[in-house]
Design a binder for this molecule. Structure first.
Ligand code: SF4
Ligand code: SF4
Length: 375
């Protein structure tokens, strides 16, 4: 089906600097006591350097946790120790972002800062005062030499109105986020009742209508030649405009892997405790041996939207922790999103033909920066 897929010659590695975190966000599954030990890095850095030196492809590294900025000296040591990394990036709650020394800050190509939208929505999940702290620290990095991609990375939960949260983040002036990305708080744990009162109702009454409204809002700017940098929209629109099929967009198991604190390599940073996810160890496997080692399974390959969706999330495809009904409901959100964008694609095509927009405006991301694309 995907014979014409372009083979990516880059590999992304998430390096888990620690499983510990300084926050206790309501939806986060990152519990250092739940996941396999060790909490902190237990392999010598030379093992990591030796493993990565064997990778002939272009390497991108994203620091991940827990909260990676709890380990700033280690982060800096790794940046000094590993040569030839094409892009460094970090996924962080941003609370300690101001503590990263400017020479290292300036070498980052992307910062994914967790923020969920309006202050009351963000702070309901991430703790009182967190919203302002994130804004302050993101503004700080912009005034201290960070010139890369500052991505607002939202987690969308029941208190969120997707339209209001996204439009709010776009409207901010200080800091001005370069991109907005989001992911649904769904299927990470054993059952929806843990955090949701009515997940299915929220999808029907809030999320899907909010996406429709957001697409209309987005189109009104496109008509003016302005591409609001909403990651799921721009990346999917690029696929619709170019008609190129996509592999799993996060790259998990294909060309993206997580190196856990014990040196085990998992296909994705959130699944080290699931045996399906472990594909090797930095001392016993080569980058070549783990590449393309795990692929999405049913129902994705036979889904009509597979060429555009790519399978959404390998972890959820394998675990289906909430069962088939909820899996299908989330797929419904993917189909709704793709269809909403598909409806406006001819007009976008025309705007490009008229020179109001350029196809290149939608060509994002150009490397794996940790945005999964499909929420
Ligand atoms: S919409 Fe659902 S079933 Fe279809 S490819 Fe995406 S994740 Fe798989
Ligand atoms: S989308 Fe799913 S499989 Fe991919 S990195 Fe995120 S959690 Fe892992």
């Amino acid at each position: 089906m995907f014979d014409d897929l372009e083979v990516d010659v880059a590999t992304n590695y998430f390096i888990i600097l620690t499983r510990a975190c300084n926050l206790k966000c309501k939806y986060c599954g990152e519990d250092a006591t739940f996941e396999p030990p060790p909490i902190d890095l237990a392999y010598p850095l030379t093992d990591l350097v030796t493993f990565l030196a064997k990778d002939p492809s272009e390497i991108t590294i994203q620091f991940y946790g827990g909260e990676p900025l709890l380990k700033i000296p280690l982060l800096e040591q790794i940046m000094d120790a590993i040569p030839n990394v094409r892009h460094w990036s970090i996924q962080t709650n941003a609370v300690f972002l101001h503590k990263l020394h400017p020479p290292y800050l300036q070498r980052l190509s992307a910062i994914l800062a967790s923020i969920d939208g309006r202050p009351h929505v963000n702070d309901a999940n991430r703790g009182q005062g967190n919203y302002q702290k994130v804004l302050n620290n993101c503004s700080y990095v912009l005034s201290h030499g960070f010139s890369g991609d500052l991505i607002a990375r939202m987690t969308v939960s029941e208190v969120a109105d997707i339209y209001e949260e996204v439009v709010h983040l776009v409207s901010l002036k200080r800091p001005k986020f370069s991109h907005i990305h989001w992911q649904l708080d769904s299927q990470w744990d054993d059952r929806p009742e843990n955090r949701w009162k009515d997940f299915l109702g929220w999808i029907d009454k809030s999320y899907n209508p909010g996406i429709s409204r957001l697409v209309k809002w987005w189109l009104s700017f496109l008509r003016e030649g302005i591409v609001q940098r909403l990651v799921p929209f721009i990346a999917l629109m690029y696929s619709l405009l170019t008609n190129k099929p996509s592999a799993l967009r996060c790259g998990a198991g294909l060309d993206s892997f997580a190196i856990n604190p014990d040196g085990q390599i998992s296909v994705c940073p959130i699944s080290p405790e699931f045996s399906f996810s472990i594909v090797g160890h930095i001392t016993s496997h080569s980058p070549e041996a783990i590449r393309n080692s795990l692929h999405v399974t049913a129902p994705c390959p036979s889904c009509a939207e597979y060429p555009v969706c790519g399978g959404r999330c390998l972890f959820i495809n394998y675990t289906k922790l909430w069962g088939e009904k909820y899996y299908a409901k989330v797929c419904g959100t993917v189909k709704h999103l793709i269809n909403s964008l598909r409806q406006i694609a001819p007009e976008v095509q025309q705007l490009i033909a008229d020179g109001i927009l350029s196809l290149d405006d939608f060509n994002y991301p150009q490397y794996n920066n940790g945005c999964e694309i499909i929420p």
